[in-house]
Design a protein around this ligand. Structure first.
Ligand code: PLP
Length: 627
């Protein structure tokens, strides 16, 4: 557990059992119940689901909703805040039906609403939330159709708030609400001057593409005044970006937003809601730091700071405490999903035994030089030996290119080089800070490659696109010290298809300790954790690897678990349809090709049948490696 820092990033949900298996657990009336992921894997495989697979632990979604709502409630009660907290889940963070249905079902007790940033997301929100008072924050650019649907939903009892992102939306809202006879609830998205750190900071500052300038806000207030509709202006919205690592940035943004709020009340707007958007981070590294993939604060600190800053800023102006809204998506769903995959092959960069020195007498002198370098290798000469080795190796490669040495000689030379590098790496282990800079990543260059049955592009797009580090670790054999250092290659034919940044005690590192395995003979399962936010729909079909199988699990109060939902991933035919092929046509065409071969006499009719059956089975199959 310590090696992979599970207790640091696991937020109290993940741990390692005495049997050396990763467990996931939650509290039931202050009694913790945990289950082993290996038991879940066994249950899932009995039901015919395949690797790779996405596993959703429903209790973690519920627990995160409780954590957010109860922590705000506690901060509000402790400080005597007069308003309340009402969260909304931004659908874009995970739009999948299972996710939204669970949030709507479990979140109802807190009046947790949804945030919609497009017409499609508004449809999802309306079909999941209860009509009576269901809070829907409508962000994004809204056309007439979007606005009409939101206004009509008001008639059913939904509280649809149109957050104005650009001044052009207002005339449409005014015209349509007059036409339909519905008074809209209007919000304004402020462009704050406060900027924040982290990956997603382009949403903050003057050059943010979202939100209204102060001048535009005043124009909107004036227009609403002119239409006698200032009572409709009820919400101020701001969003500084996702995953804000530094609480001090959040504090100062909240303070700026509060002053916007004060001024809008002074202008005569009804107000009542102050919406801070997303930004509450997830500690992917478990380092509790100001690193982009971590956070230097707790959820309790986040809630307390927001409540405190609002009170301090509004009280001198005698303004009533608003309902606090946040649009936390990432922390709500990140823990809930994990990706499991098997390792189907391993490449090791290990030298094979060398011939005796006298067997080299016929070889190219450069090969004999390599042999001598190996014999002379000592801790105080590592850099020199490295330089010589690289020089001889490159010269030998040149000779091969010109046909002057054989493939066997080249193989011998490369084996010697590997032998030297391995020994240098062992010597470097004792050198610590004295390691010459050029040799610092030698261990990484020698790391094994474990081939994982997954597509990084489909399942971990943020790892590929923005170097997001997710916790990765084997889910079993953790009572055994892992003796190999490895990177993980995925199943796509793309050199970017790899996982090569991991969590260690100092932050991040480039290799992962794994157990030695023989993939032909044994199963080895690896988990990628905290992948519930953004990964599923941002993923793509690179190399035509499709959606994985998905299973939802619920942990019961007696410590058992149920597999509550199973969704089969894409078949090859499904994927081909996405890219405009018709699998039936493909099968027909292939059948014709086989028929022609029968006519030419190259295959028999029985062989034709076998070949066509094989093609048809391929279309029905899973796109991933099937053992
Ligand atoms: N609200 C808005 C307007 C957003 O654009 C986003 C995402 O960037 C969110 C909420 C979700 O934020 P987070 O990922 O920090 O939970």
């Amino acid at each position: 557990a310590r090696l992979y820092r599970v207790r640091d990033w696991g937020a109290g949900y993940f741990d390692v059992s005495d049997k050396g298996e990763v467990t996931v657990g939650v509290e039931f009336d202050s009694e913790r119940q945990q289950i082993s992921l290996m038991d879940v894997v066994a249950g899932i495989r009995q039901r015919g689901l395949r690797m790779p697979m996405l596993l959703r632990i429903e209790n973690l979604l519920d627990a995160q909703l409780v954590r957010l709502n109860e922590t705000f409630r506690a901060a509000i009660a402790q400080r005597g805040y007069q308003g309340r907290y009402q969260g909304v889940f931004p659908i874009k963070v995970n739009q999948q039906r299972q996710v939204i249905e669970e949030i709507a079902r479990f979140g109802e007790r807190y009046g947790h609403g949804l945030e919609a940033g497009s017409k499609a997301e508004l449809v999802v929100a309306l079909s999941n939330l209860p009509a009576h008072d269901g809070l829907i924050i409508c962000n994004g650019y809204k056309d007439r159709e979007f606005i009409d649907l939101g206004l009509r939903a008001r008639k059913l009892g939904y509280r649809c708030v149109f957050v104005i992102e650009t001044p052009t939306e207002l005339p449409i809202i005014l015209e349509r609400s007059r036409e339909l006879g519905v008074r809209p609830i209007i919000g304004m998205r402020a462009k704050l001057a406060t900027t924040v750190g982290g990956h997603w900071n382009k949403t903050s500052g003057d050059r943010s593409i979202f939100g209204l300038s102060t001048h535009q806000m005043i124009d909107i207030v004036d227009a609403l005044k002119a239409h006698d509709m200032l009572d409709c202006l009820q919400l101020l919205h701001c969003h500084l970006g996702s995953q804000i690592p530094n609480i001090r940035d959040i504090r100062s943004a909240v303070m700026e937003a509060c002053h916007f709020y004060v001024n809008l009340v002074r202008e005569g707007a009804a107000m009542g809601f102050l919406d801070f958007g997303g930004g509450l981070a997830v500690d992917y590294l478990g380092s509790r730091s100001n690193h982009t993939q971590s956070m230097n604060y707790t959820v309790a600190e986040y809630c307390a700071d927001i409540v405190e800053v609002i009170m301090e800023t509004l009280e001198p102006h005698g303004i009533a405490h608003p309902t606090i809204v946040t649009e936390s998506g990432r922390p709500t769903v990140a823990y809930y999903s994990l990706l499991l995959f098997n390792i189907f092959d391993v490449t090791r960069f290990e030298p094979t035994p060398l011939p005796a020195a006298d067997e080299l007498s016929e070889e190219e002198p450069l090969i004999r030089n390599l042999f001598e370098t190996l014999q002379q290798l000592k801790a105080d000469r590592v850099q020199q030996c490295y330089n010589n080795t690289v020089f001889y190796r490159d010269e030998l490669r040149e000779l091969f290119k010109r046909g002057r040495i054989s493939l066997r000689s080249r193989a011998l030379a490369e084996n010697l080089v590997l032998q030297i590098f391995r020994r240098i790496a062992d010597l470097l282990d004792n050198l610590g800070d004295e390691t010459p800079p050029e040799l610092r990543d030698l261990r990484e260059q020698l790391a094994d490659i474990y081939y994982g049955n997954l597509s990084v592009f489909q399942s971990l797009p943020d790892h590929w696109a923005i170097d997001q580090v997710f916790p990765v670790m084997p889910i079993h054999r953790l009572d055994e010290k892992p003796s190999r250092d490895a990177i993980i290659a995925d199943i796509t034919c793309d050199s970017d298809g790899r996982i090569d940044s991991f969590i260690d005690a100092h932050g991040t590192c480039k290799t992962l300790p794994l157990h030695p395995i023989d993939p032909e003979k044994e199963d080895y399962f690896v988990g990628v954790f905290l992948v519930g936010a953004y990964q599923e729909t941002l993923g793509d079909l690179h190399n035509l690897f499709g959606d994985t199988d998905v299973a939802s699990v619920r942990i019961n109060a007696d410590g058992s678990f149920d597999i509550t939902r199973e969704t089969e991933g894409d078949s090859i035919a499904d994927i081909l349809r996405y890219v405009q092929y018709n699998p039936k046509d493909l099968l027909e065409r292939f059948r014709d090709t086989a028929e022609q071969a029968v006519r030419r006499g190259t295959i028999t009719v029985a062989e034709r049948r076998e070949i066509v059956d094989c093609f048809a089975a391929g279309l029905r199959g899973y796109s991933y490696y099937e053992s």
